[in-house]
Design a protein around this ligand. Structure first.
Ligand SMILES: Cc1cc2nc3c(=O)[nH]c(=O)nc-3n(C[C@H](O)[C@H](O)[C@H](O)COP(=O)(O)O)c2cc1C
Length: 407
């Protein structure tokens, strides 16, 4: 046995890579290895009201939990000994390229989570070569998103049909004029879901400072400083609003919206139309007949009907029934690139991410969104290589098994 020796400084020095104990934003983001790490950073840095609004879902949050569990419950079936030196995750979605098989989902009140808001999302999406969707409830005007992005950016606009149809029409016209190429019509909101966390937190728009909020503010001074010293919250589509979120949603959502409304939308929109929030095979078929270009299987991130169908479980049958007629996209519950790969293997053309991007935004503004996209990108590529595929087209249902008894 060789004798022990006392280590010398020159032995130790190359091993020591101490980082600054508190590091800056970039160091923090770099250390985040998963979307869940970004979520933890987001939770620490964002006031509870805004974090809960983002993180939460409706009622007992069962829809969201089940959607996430469904991804965790699949089993991959990798093909071995394939040459995967060159793997490319680019795909074609609604007639144009996306460098990655996911885009940014529409989210409301985004500047409340971080003042960089939609512009951060649109910039990061443009850099990554993926679509960005601006919500009707967004906090940046349609024209401002268009002005902040270059000619190669792909901006989509999400429409909530207002009770006042002329106002909806005016929005559609503004988005078309600003070169948004796709209209995402959200169809799962006859009324707002019951978001208990928001009700309990007394959330209002714009955020008001309650006693609890003031204590919270002391713990997150930078968020408040940033919030109070930048452009006040305003909406993409509403001139001025103050009140509770539930009141706002009630003004906006129209319980009378029907399939007929898709007809005038189809006629007045020059680009592609996606219907978002499809939750049964029967409705997928009706939408195929209504002539939309694609559907998003989604339960709105679990924020509407609790105990709603899990989009991943719905996917194989919808693909079988209408996969030749329109594009099938999927969202809800995606927190890992492997979730995206599983959905694509089961026949989805594309996916959207909501919270995964918002956790990044809350964790570090625009750089945080870049980090979220980077994490998902590297997870997608690694999963593809481990499955033995070089392109999205090579992914097949055989690569994934939905475990029996879990459905
Ligand atoms: C904070 C937040 C706000 C949202 N706002 C909208 C919205 O304004 N319009 C819409 O169609 N969907 C909205 N959604 C739903 C997303 O577009 C998407 O369907 C959902 O986030 C997907 O689930 P995920 O968060 O698990 O990725 C929102 C979701 C979140 C988390």
């Amino acid at each position: 046995m060789s004798e022990r020796r006392v280590p010398k400084w020159h032995d130790l020095a190359p091993l020591m890579k101490f980082e600054q104990p508190f590091g800056g934003r970039d160091a923090r983001l770099k250390r985040a290895q998963t979307i869940w790490d970004l979520r933890e950073l987001a939770r620490k840095r964002t006031p509870k009201v805004a974090f809960d609004y983002t993180d939460g879902a409706a009622d007992a949050e069962i829809s969201l939990r089940r959607a996430r569990e469904a991804f965790a419950d699949i089993e991959f079936r990798p093909a071995i000994l394939r040459n995967v030196a060159e793997t490319n995750a680019a795909t074609t979605v609604l007639g144009k390229q996306s460098r990655l098989p996911f885009g940014i989902a529409p989210t409301g009140f985004t500047r409340m989570m971080h003042t960089a808001g939609e512009i951060a999302g649109a910039h990061a999406a443009e850099r990554a070569g993926i679509p960005f969707t601006l919500s009707t409830m967004g906090t940046t005007a349609i024209e401002d998103v268009a002005a902040a992005t270059g000619p190669d950016a792909r901006n989509w606009f999400q429409l909530y049909m207002w009770k006042d149809r002329d106002r909806s029409m005016a929005l559609v016209e503004r988005a078309a004029k600003a070169d948004f190429d796709t209209l995402v019509v959200t169809v799962d909101v006859p009324v707002a879901g019951n978001r208990l966390r928001d009700a309990r937190n007394g959330m209002t728009i714009p955020p008001s400072i309650t006693l609890g909020g003031a204590v919270d503010a002391l713990r997150r001074p930078w968020w408040w400083w940033d919030f109070l010293t930048t452009e006040p919250l305003s909406f993409a589509s509403l001139d001025r609003w103050s009140g509770t979120v539930a009141d706002l949603l009630d003004v906006m959502f129209d319980p009378t919206v029907g399939f007929d409304d898709l007809t005038w939308i189809r006629e007045s929109w020059p680009g592609k139309v996606l219907a978002k929030g499809v939750q049964t095979v029967a409705d997928a078929k009706r939408l195929a007949d209504a002539g939309v270009d694609g559907i998003v299987l989604s339960n709105h991130g679990g924020r509407q009907l609790d105990r709603a169908p899990v989009p991943l479980h719905l996917l194989p049958e919808v693909v079988r029934e209408v996969g030749d007629d329109l594009e099938i996209h999927l969202d809800t519950g995606i927190t890992h690139g492997a979730d995206i790969v599983a959905a694509l293997a089961l026949g989805a053309r594309f996916t959207l991410v909501g919270r995964a991007y918002l956790y990044g935004l809350m964790a570090g503004g625009e750089a945080g969104v870049d980090r979220a996209i980077d994490i998902l990108r590297s997870q997608v590529i690694r999963t593809m290589k481990l499955l033995g595929v070089r392109s999205i087209e090579e992914l097949e249902p055989d690569h994934v098994r939905l475990l029996e008894g879990r459905r």
